[in-house]
Ligand binder design. Structure first.
Ligand code: SF4
Length: 263
């Protein structure tokens, strides 16, 4: 049972695991007065907002939406056009962590905060570092919940997966640098305006250097070569069309580069 000076927070990411955890908490710990928070980077996919609405409707909950006071473009300018990378994730700090920490400071001072994180039992990752006064919980890890269970939880709840899962494997900003080339091409197909916006950011550097979201190809180049990148994948993997792949390899890319492009 919860005490008056304790709060129970579930931070939704807009992805499947945290959504499934919201369902799971209702099913398995209904006595807890859960609160739901979503930190909006301001650069989310439209499908993410649709999914949050679906979560609210299915579970009958409210979701507190947090947002950085200044948007991505402000920080990109401060960084002189230096795009974030896996080694320099300034985007996460400014757009996600700082607004969340600020909200915690303003709302949860003097209370013990229980934070529920949707890391699954079949994942090898840790959550963000905990702070004093915050108790982290990993119900999926504790209960042995794996990916198939998460899908079942969402299916049974009538929630399903976020629509972007048909072409992208993770939630987050439309320009997230963790995307594979295929996912970038999924963005081009489903949201050509957002692809163009990300493409324009590659040209925005004031530091005299060209920064690209992918480490080996610009989005303009990827757009140009989209048919070469997409078509041979299925043909090469499923049919006897390998000579065509070899032809394209020699026409367009060095073999090692092409291999990287198919990630
Ligand atoms: S989703 Fe990707 S781009 Fe957005 S804040 Fe997170 S790491 Fe950065």
């Amino acid at each position: 049972m919860s005490k008056p000076d304790e709060r129970h927070i579930l931070a939704l990411s807009g992805g499947k695991d945290s959504a499934a955890l919201a369902v799971y908490m209702k099913q398995t710990r209904p006595e807890l007065p859960m609160e739901y928070v979503f930190t909006d980077s301001g650069c989310e996919l439209p499908e993410t907002y649709e999914y949050l609405e679906r979560i609210k409707a299915v579970l009958g909950i409210e979701i507190v939406q947090l947002k950085s006071k200044r948007g991505f473009r402000h920080y990109l300018k401060l960084k002189r056009g230096y795009l974030p990378t896996p080694l320099n994730r300034w985007c996460t700090e400014y757009l996600k962590l700082i607004p969340y920490r600020r909200w915690l400071d303003e709302n949860c001072g003097g209370t013990i905060m229980h934070s529920y994180v949707g890391i699954r039992a079949d994942e090898d990752r840790e959550g963000f570092k905990s702070r004093e006064g915050i108790v982290q919980h990993h119900p999926f890890v504790d209960d042995g919940i794996v990916l198939d269970d998460v899908k079942d939880i969402l299916e049974d709840a009538g929630m399903g997966l976020p629509a972007y899962y048909s072409w992208r494997s993770r939630s987050g900003c439309f320009f997230c640098f963790y995307q594979t080339k295929r996912e970038w091409l999924g963005l081009l197909e489903h949201h050509p305006d957002l692809y163009a916006e990300a493409e324009a950011m590659e040209l925005a550097s004031e530091a005299g250097s060209v920064f690209t979201w992918c480490d080996d190809i610009s989005l303009a180049e990827l757009r140009e070569r989209r048919h070469d990148v997409q078509c041979p994948i299925s043909q090469a993997e499923t049919s006897h069309e390998r000579p065509r792949l070899g032809e394209i390899l020699s026409n367009h890319f060095a073999r090692d580069k092409y291999t990287r492009i198919l990630r």
